[in-house]
Design a binder for this molecule. Structure first.
Ligand SMILES: Cc1cc2nc3c(=O)[nH]c(=O)nc-3n(C[C@H](O)[C@H](O)[C@H](O)COP(=O)(O)OP(=O)(O)OC[C@H]3O[C@@H](n4cnc5c(N)ncnc54)[C@H](O)[C@@H]3O)c2cc1C
Length: 473
């Protein structure tokens, strides 16, 4: 019998390490590590606990159980192996610097205890380092990585183990959120577990995947998969998701539909690109990926930061997104880009402050994607948004939420306001604003001025050696 140590793979189906352990009979285990919990936040820990509950139920229905341990895995795993007379342990790899450091400690402890262990690539189709330039270097530009990612063959998914592959067990109950030292999250979270993830995938593949390319940026209808927390916590396997895109491709009837499916696959490739980038650049977690000649002169205005967090900037689409974050622990991707640009360019605040806020509130936060995307929008990352291409929050609002439905959903002060007034809120006089929505704030900054300031801030950091064209999206 071998233990399977679940980490960010909270599922029994399509699980590479578990499938290997099943060959010798698997005994699943989850270890609550206080060091990792220190970096937790209520939405994510609550979602994780729900996912664990669902996983435990799956095992119990098959006469087995999910064993629960608390402490340092480097001590807990050798102890559990001895207690259950297991032959060893399997797990699926994590790719951030911290996780790899922890795994090295666990491996040393297991080797010292004379226990066997085996690690598997599971969270991605193509493990970091397997998609490289012709010289064998990691890619720093997504397009090339993405093209190769799409061309590489994909493995089939693994079936969920049956009862015969799982050891009989009777484990203890899972702790509550409170036991782990967390408050209930304020946000309403999505249902957790493989069944819930499959329901989301089914719903997406039925319809929205066919119009993904054209409609994914529509803020009001949000026709995206909403699978990000499932991919972050591994409640669904990446091979299973890809197989569903193959089925959709086979039944697609038009080129537009096929392009939409390819576009969705490309987002899955972005996820793996970000994992590849953080694997090769672990210091990106806290440092700019790009080198600048001079330090970036970020502002540290707490009032402006607080207004951004509260959704009180006077830029309707920005405020709607920040309030969506509080209510749902989630923001639509286009809106994440809008608020990210607003924080780093209009407010000129360090992307790390935005990253920290997202880490505390997003249910789908994971280091590679959150970090990669913040460095992208903050113009400090690999293959990042050029610093001179500053999002115009009014134009973004009118392009992607023309009827201001998204704004009305999250900003009740503007619910009854004409979309035209919402999209030109910055141009209305004080008296006009007072008349149409007295409770809603005036813009806290002038976008045009701040845009110029942001561009100079980056030019100064780059040593003033820039001759690129300015541009606005
Ligand atoms: C500032 C900022 C911070 C972000 N932080 C996170 C984060 O912490 N966790 C996270 O999973 N995503 C993050 N994203 C990426 C993206 O916004 C979310 O993955 C997406 O909105 C989730 O919705 P969905 O599952 O419906 O996505 P879909 O559009 O259905 O995409 C399917 C999957 O592809 C992946 N994906 C989609 N867009 C991206 C992207 N831009 N980069 C990498 N992978 C992507 C996700 O795993 C997603 O679930 C961030 C984006 C920005 C701009």
């Amino acid at each position: 019998m071998r233990l399977h140590w679940h980490r960010q793979d909270l599922r029994a189906a399509d699980n590479t390490g578990l499938t290997a352990a099943v060959e010798d009979e698997a005994l699943p285990v989850f270890v609550f590590d206080p060091e990792i919990l220190e970096h937790g936040a209520p939405p994510r820990v609550a979602f994780m606990l729900d996912a664990l509950e669902s996983l435990q139920e799956t095992y119990r229905e098959k006469g087995s159980d999910l064993l629960v341990a608390h402490g340092d895995p480097a001590e807990e795993l050798p102890r559990l192996i001895e207690e259950h007379e297991a032959e060893g342990v399997t797990w699926n790899r994590d790719y951030t610097g911290l996780a790899r450091e922890r795994d090295r400690r666990v491996e040393d402890a297991l080797a010292d205890a004379g226990s066997e262990y085996e690690r598997f690539h599971d969270a991605v189709h193509h493990e970091p380092g397997s998609i490289t330039t012709n010289d064998g270097d990691p890619y720093s530009v997504f397009t090339y990585f993405g093209n190769k990612w799409l061309d590489h063959g994909k493995e089939d998914s693994y079936p969920e183990p049956d009862a015969a592959g799982l050891a009989d067990a009777d484990g203890e109950e899972l702790p509550s959120l409170n036991d782990l030292g967390f408050e209930q999250p304020d946000a309403t979270l999505p249902n957790a577990g493989t069944e819930a993830a499959r329901d989301r995938l089914d719903a997406f593949c039925e319809d929205d995947i066919h119009v993904y390319e054209e409609e994914r940026d529509d803020l009001a209808s949000e026709p995206t998969s909403r699978l990000s927390q499932d991919l972050s916590y591994g409640t669904i396997g990446i091979r299973e998701v890809y197989e569903r895109t193959e089925e959709a491709m086979e039944s697609a009837e038009t080129d537009e539909q096929r392009e939409s499916i390819a576009d969705f696959r490309s987002e899955l490739a972005w996820r793996e690109f970000n994992i590849d980038v953080i694997y090769h650049n672990p210091s990106n977690v806290s440092q700019n990926h790009k080198d600048f000649q001079n330090p970036i002169d970020w502002r540290e205005d707490e009032d402006e930061l607080d207004a951004w967090k509260a959704g009180e900037t006077g830029y309707p689409v920005v405020d709607a997104a920040m309030r969506q974050l509080k209510e749902e622990a989630y923001i639509h991707n286009r809106a994440r880009m809008i608020v990210g640009s607003f924080l780093t360019k209009d407010l000129r605040q360090d992307w790390r402050r935005g990253y920290e806020h997202f880490r505390d509130l997003l249910v789908d936060h994971n280091t590679p994607n959150d970090n990669g995307n913040w460095q992208w929008i903050g113009s400090t990352g690999t293959d990042a948004q050029p610093y001179f291409r500053v999002f115009n929050p009014m134009k973004q609002g009118s392009d992607y939420d023309p009827e201001a439905e998204y704004v009305a959903r999250y900003v009740p002060e503007l619910e009854a306001v004409d979309p035209e007034d919402i999209h030109s809120w910055h141009e209305l006089s004080e008296a006009e604003r007072e008349e149409v929505a007295p409770e809603y704030p005036a813009p806290i900054v002038d976008h045009g001025e701040r845009r110029e300031e942001a561009i100079s801030m980056f030019e100064q950091a780059r040593g003033g050696d820039d001759d690129d064209d300015e541009d606005e999206e």
